[in-house]
Structures are given as C-alpha cells and as structure tokens.
Design a protein around this ligand. Structure first.
Ligand SMILES: [Zn+2]
Length: 143
C-alpha cells in the first residue's frame, strides 16, 4: 500500500532545502520597501498631502485620526530630525519603528543562518494589537 499523495508531497517539501537567495527574498523586499518609503518621505511631506495619493478614507469617512496617516507624518518628522513633531503625530512610531527594525534584522539573520524566524508568542501579539486598539480609541476621544 502506498502513502497518500499529500504525505508524499509533505515529505518531499521537508527534504528540499531552499537556497539563501530565496530565503533572503522576503526580508530583502521588506527592507527595500522601507527604503523606498523613506525616499518618498524625503521627497513629499505627508502633512501637505502626497500627489496621486487620495485623502485618507478612514479620516474622510469617520473623522478619526488615522494611526497609519499619523505614523506616516511621524516618520516624515523623524526623517527630518523633528522628534517633537513626530511625537505629536503618533508616539507609537518610537516603539513600532525600532520593533520593526529588530524584527527585520532577526528575519535576515534567520535567512542567512537557515534557522527558524523567531516569533512572538501569540498572547503577546494579541496584547500588542489590543493595546494598539485602545491607544487609537483613547487618542481619538481625549481631546
Ligand atoms: Zn489614514
């Protein structure tokens, strides 16, 4: 009796090793995207609007201060050395950007060393998402 096709395929996948170039694809694309975003932020000021980018739909529909747009303005301010303006736009960038940078470095390290990418425990991820949601609600209600 032969094994089911799915088991054979799973065994075949386990036996294949993926080259370092393929493993580096994901983190490299993320790093290049970050560099491209920084380039755009050096050229365009999101406080004044970015050409060809429509106004924020969340803000337009709800009037809510959008954390994404605030993060973009805060990133622009950081790139221009204005920490106070960055804090005013979205203080979360002081946590999120370093955390993303650490995550990217860990992903690159895992890709080079061919090890598993370290992951946060699921309760920590849910805690971060819950705190972020609380932050967005609090920020939009306290003024
Ligand atoms: Zn927005």
């Amino acid at each position: 009796m032969g094994r089911p096709a799915g088991a054979i395929e799973a065994t075949r996948r386990q036996g294949q090793s993926v080259g370092v170039g393929r493993r580096l694809l994901g983190p490299s694309l993320l790093a290049m995207s970050a560099v491209a975003l920084m380039g755009l932020l050096l050229k365009y000021d999101p406080h004044r609007g970015i050409p060809l980018v429509p106004p924020c739909p969340l803000r337009a529909l709800t009037g809510i201060e959008c954390p994404g747009c605030g993060g973009l303005r805060a990133s622009w301010s950081l790139l221009h050395g204005d920490l106070a303006s960055a804090w005013e736009s979205n203080p979360m960038v002081f946590v999120v950007i370093p955390a993303l940078a650490v995550g990217l470095v860990l992903w690159l390290k895992a890709a080079v060393l061919n090890t598993a990418v370290p992951q946060l425990p699921r309760p920590v991820v849910w805690g971060i998402l819950a705190l972020s949601a609380v932050w967005v609600i609090a920020r939009n209600t306290w003024e």
